[in-house]
Design a protein around this ligand. Structure first.
Ligand SMILES: NC(=O)c1ccc[n+]([C@@H]2O[C@H](COP(=O)([O-])OP(=O)(O)OC[C@H]3O[C@@H](n4cnc5c(N)ncnc54)[C@H](O)[C@@H]3O)[C@@H](O)[C@H]2O)c1
Length: 276
């Protein structure tokens, strides 16, 4: 799927990856990206490095980050607070505490309410909300002590309206509240926190669904006003803007990168209003 969608520049023009237009810079900054080995994570690592940052990555296992050019590799399960604390203490001891955090790791399998029992709820909240807190809390306190920093949470359109995955959605909505708490309570120390809400992105997060229904994406596209999914690179570019000094006046904001999904209901307009 991603091979069919060439990357676009800031003005929506298609272009080769090597020519990517990069108006936002992170020179001299240290960035930590969780879920670095995933589809969006890899795009974040590449883009943030291209923007001048020294990039470190975190993922469940170090091998998931194979092939990435990273200053430091942290391996932990986000849901394991003690493991996160230990890894972060090591990073700080190495003098590599981040100026920029992209809290990007995420996971869901509970597709509808019928599939959400207490175990599923606990697991999806533990990874997507508590896990994000486990990393962000010590990072934000360090940023506040040093006088500034920027956190970007990768949430989802599921945080804004219901598109399935109830427990995951509750967790992603929780990230918005948490980001606003950081924005309000740590703004005086120069810490900014913002949220990106991607629509569907064809990463391996979709593999399990496509295995069950190989033609699924043809059912997804008619919901998207731009007629396509966003790419990992498009999500990464918005995260880069929010992380960079170009967004120095932006904190507590929630920005969908969703090919127009949350702008309205395209299927409703077509099926009910236009009746084509
Ligand atoms: N792909 C989409 O359609 C989509 C849409 C909206 C939001 N998102 C969000 O974007 C982010 C990145 O997703 P992606 O599409 O790149 O998926 P992905 O599965 O390719 O990457 C997710 C990464 O998070 C890591 N991770 C998962 N559970 C973890 C845990 N317990 N501890 C540590 N690391 C863990 C995984 O190992 C993986 O590297 C996620 O937060 C996801 O919820 C994705």
């Amino acid at each position: 799927m991603s091979a069919e969608i060439p990357p676009r520049d800031a003005y929506g023009r298609t272009m080769a990856t090597g020519d990517l237009f990069l108006p936002f810079r992170l020179d001299g900054k240290r960035a930590l990206i969780t879920g670095a080995g995933g589809g969006i994570g890899r795009a974040l690592v590449a883009l943030f490095a291209a923007a001048g940052a020294e990039v470190s990555g975190a993922d469940r296992e170090a091998s998931l980050m194979d092939g990435l050019d990273l200053a430091h590799r942290l391996a932990f399960d986000l849901a394991d607070g003690a493991a996160v604390d230990a890894a972060f203490a090591e990073l700080e001891a190495a003098g590599a505490a981040p100026d920029v955090l992209v809290s990007n790791a995420g996971f869901t399998r509970g597709e509808t309410l019928g599939a959400v029992n207490r175990a599923v709820w606990d697991k999806e909240l533990a990874i997507n909300l508590t896990g994000a807190f486990n990393v962000a809390a010590p990072v934000v306190e360090g940023m506040a002590r040093r006088g500034g920093g920027s956190v970007v949470f990768i949430a989802s359109v599921n945080a804004l309206a219901h598109y399935g995955n109830p427990a995951y959605s509750a967790a992603k909505a929780g990230l918005i509240a948490y980001a606003k708490a950081i924005a309000v309570e740590r703004g005086a120390q120069g810490v900014r926190a913002n949220v990106v809400c991607p629509g569907s992105v064809r990463t391996r997060a979709w593999d399990h669904r496509l295995k069950e229904a190989p033609d699924l994406l043809s059912h997804v596209l008619p919901h998207y006003p731009l007629g396509r999914l966003v790419t990992p690179e498009e999500v990464a570019r918005v995260a880069l803007f929010l992380a960079s000094d170009a967004a120095s006046g932006v904190t507590g904001a929630v920005l969908p990168v969703d090919a127009g999904l949350t702008a309205g209901n395209l299927r409703f307009v077509k099926d009910v209003i236009e009746r084509e």
